[in-house]
Design a protein. Structure first.
Length: 283
């Protein structure tokens, strides 16, 4: 689990341990907390670091996904504060995102590159099965949940202008945030099914009333949502099957690597030991 604004701790985990994990892609946002919830192993990472010290553009998304993969994570749940671009998605409600528009421009977007080229499909950037489990868990925790919604990810750290907010609505975006990309891209490359539950904290600045986004308002609603988010995790843990079924995303790299095996770059292969290690050990 990756926690966003207002959610800097996972709540009560049995046998919880805080562990600093090193990544070949640099420094992650902070240590991971691992433990069990309703008998299910959960690993938590605060996206913005302790005390919310990292702005969206400074987060090392590659390192974050890499260390979670190194910890044995099989599925990735993201909880994030979001702004609403639709009247019917009100502050305090939750949105199980199923589509993404990427407007970020300054972030590392891939684990792969020169020496090992990969093109994963991102047509459906979130996992339908995991998203459905997460939405049901949020409803079980008492949240009002919208199943489906398009999230536009902006670079930030400033909030959008009114003109941009109206444009994103015309594009078909329903909610807005700053962190889902490249997180979702990297989760797919790491063969991790990804689900994003957005916690609506405000209406973006598109409404006729003319109000602007205010950080104090955002954080107030985020803190109110935090307990519901933690309860959601408990409901999710109870609902998961005793044996995790196979998921098509588990093997997405089988059909994504373009570079001939004989030309794989050794240095890049070493970096990718957690992300794509199973490929290197395959016959």
């Amino acid at each position: 689990m990756i926690g966003g604004s207002g959610l800097y701790a996972p709540g009560s985990l049995d046998d919880a341990q805080s562990i600093s994990v090193q990544s070949a892609f640099g420094t992650p946002s902070g240590p991971v907390t691992t433990g069990t919830l309703e008998g299910v192993r959960f690993t938590f990472l605060a996206r913005h670091g302790e005390g919310h010290r990292l702005p969206p553009g400074a987060i090392n998304y590659r390192a974050n996904v890499d260390v979670l993969k190194r910890c044995g994570v099989t599925d990735l749940v993201a909880l994030s504060a979001i702004g609403s671009l639709r009247e019917n998605m009100a502050p305090g409600e939750f949105v199980a995102v199923d589509q993404l528009i990427d407007r970020t421009v300054q972030r590392e977007r891939s684990f792969f590159g020169e020496g090992m080229v990969a093109h994963v499909s991102l047509a459906d950037p979130t996992c339908p099965q995991l998203s459905a489990h997460l939405a049901s868990a949020a409803e079980g925790a008492g949240a009002s949940v919208h199943r489906g919604g398009c999230y536009v990810a902006i670079e930030g750290p400033q909030f959008s202008t009114r003109a941009e907010s109206h444009m994103y609505r015309q594009w078909g975006a329903d909610v807005i945030g700053m962190t889902a990309m490249p997180e979702a891209r990297l989760a797919r490359e790491a063969e991790l099914p990804y689900a994003l539950l957005g916690m609506v904290t405000d209406y973006d600045c598109w409404r006729d009333s003319g109000e602007a986004v205010d950080v104090a308002q955002v954080m107030q609603v985020a803190r109110q949502n935090a307990e519901t988010a933690r309860a959601t995790l408990r409901h999710l843990a109870r609902a998961l099957p005793p044996i995790r079924p196979a998921n098509p995303i588990d093997t997405v790299l089988d059909h994504a690597i373009m570079t001939a095996r004989s030309h794989w770059d050794g240095k890049m292969a070493a970096q990718l030991d957690a992300i794509a290690g199973r490929l290197f050990h395959a016959s």
